[in-house]
Design a protein around this ligand. Structure first.
Ligand code: PLP
Length: 427
């Protein structure tokens, strides 16, 4: 399906039924696949033939979702995972072993922050976390001989800083390393990072791609554009004894990265998405374009209201002219700045708590990016594991409320916020 718009790809990509086959991609609830000869199965094990052999590694239903998201992102191929965190971890492990190093921007989702800043360090994969406002020179200075990738979130959770993808991709490429971006908050409907030079894109599909808060999942998309044969990526160019001396770049060319992710890490570690979650996520993606328009439209209207409210101390929404990243948002998010707003209730943490407890329509849930409006207090919830200093590095203010704007009627969401803001200021 070449040259089709994102709107059409959301509905049509990934599955083209043949005559008499189900119109809707089925759920393949099977762990195994039947073959007629031992040689055929041996060829699958040796990566000499294409096909499914065991659902930990691949499954026809997951394949539909992977093909669709690869098409949406404008990538070559994708690998689905059991969660967004599995996607981020696997995207890094595919290139890094003990002794290697990652450079990342620090305005990250809490789980990714601790993954890089703590968990991976236990496996001797080091990282340098940079301020998103770092200059080109500062970013280059952080890149070492053993640095294997640059990592960032396109729209950071929850600080909502916008990554200057084109600028940082150029720096990464100048230094012979790929740029991996987590595109969870914009989704490929609002931003396609590969068009600006990103090499690998990850998602927590749990958020807008599913969109209905039913299914955990993640995905890694490979642009197929990065040249791995620059002497830095032996894991992809050298012979792998586990596959009888095969070299991923020689055998799989521009699919070297995503193939290694699947046949080494998915095979050995098993972060597999379930067939049912793939089905529900695919169903979600069908309405992604409609939902993202509505999320963005509602969020902008609500952000404009919050900006004027006397009970709001500060607000950040990249769609607002007052946002420090508004110019970047105009470039990278021209169709809308997604549905998430961060703001502080006038007063402090106590007023913030009163606000959350007074909401009626919006609910308190540990989630973001689904059709319902909800709120969360990052400092005491998603980013709780971070020290106060780390929270500040990640852009978390103590009184920050993360508002995930749903697709309900915007005026009704505003009424709910208004009554809760008023209550937050009473004794
Ligand atoms: C930007 C971002 N990346 C990754 C994740 C992790 O995704 P999951 O919860 O699916 O593991 C999240 C979760 O909130 C996120 O917001």
């Amino acid at each position: 399906m070449k040259n089709l718009s994102v709107e059409t790809l959301c509905v049509q990509a990934g599955y083209e039924p043949k005559n008499g086959e189900p119109r809707v991609a089925p759920i393949y609830q099977s762990t195994t696949y039947k073959y007629d000869s031992a040689d055929e199965v041996a060829a699958l094990f040796d990566l000499e033939a294409e096909g499914h052999m065991y659902s930990r590694i691949s499954n026809p239903g997951l394949d539909v979702l992977e093909k669709k998201i690869a098409a949406l992102e404008g990538g070559k191929a994708a690998l689905s995972t059991s969660s967004g965190q599995a996607a981020n971890l696997l995207s890094i492990l595919t290139l890094c072993k003990a002794g290697d190093h990652v450079v990342s921007f620090n305005n990250l989702y809490g789980g990714t922050f601790t993954l890089l800043n703590s968990t991976l360090k236990n496996f001797e994969i080091e990282s340098t976390l940079l301020d998103i406002d770092s200059t080109d020179e500062e970013i280059e200075a952080a890149i070492q001989d053993n640095t294997k990738l640059l990592f960032g979130e396109v729209l950071g959770n929850p600080g909502l800083r916008v990554l200057d993808i084109e600028r940082v991709a150029k720096i990464a490429h100048k230094n012979g390393i790929p740029l991996i971006v987590d595109n969870t908050f914009p989704t490929p409907y609002l931003c396609r990072p590969i068009e600006y030079g990103a090499d690998i894109v990850t998602h927590s599909t749990t958020k807008y791609l599913d969109g209905h808060a039913t299914s955990l999942g993640g995905v890694i998309v490979d642009s197929g554009n990065f040249n791995w044969e620059n002497g830095k990526f032996n894991c992809l160019t050298d012979k792998d004894p586990n596959y009888h001396g095969l070299s991923y770049t020689e055998t799989f060319k521009d699919l070297a990265y995503i193939t290694r992710a699947r046949v080494v890490f998915m095979r050995d570690m098993g972060f597999t998405m379930s067939p049912f979650n793939a089905f529900l996520t695919n169903l979600g993606t069908e309405t992604l374009a409609l939902r993202m328009d509505r999320h963005s439209e509602n969020a902008l209207k609500i952000a404009r209201y919050l900006e004027k409210s006397p009970n709001v101390a500060w607000i950040n929404y990249p769609g607002l002219e007052s946002s420090e990243d508004h110019e970047l948002a105009k470039k990278y998010l021209p169709k809308g700045a997604s549905g998430i707003i961060s703001f502080g209730v006038k007063g402090g943490v106590e007023e913030g708590k009163k606000f959350i407890d007074s909401l009626k329509l919006a609910t308190l849930v540990v989630h973001v990016g689904d059709i319902r409006t909800h709120v969360l207090h990052p400092a005491s919830m998603t980013h709780r594991q971070l020290s106060k200093e780390e929270q500040l590095l990640a852009g978390i203010k103590e009184n920050m409320i993360r508002l995930s704007v749903g697709i309900e009627n915007a005026d009704e969401i505003i009424s709910d916020l208004e009554q809760a803001l008023e209550k937050s200021q009473r004794d």
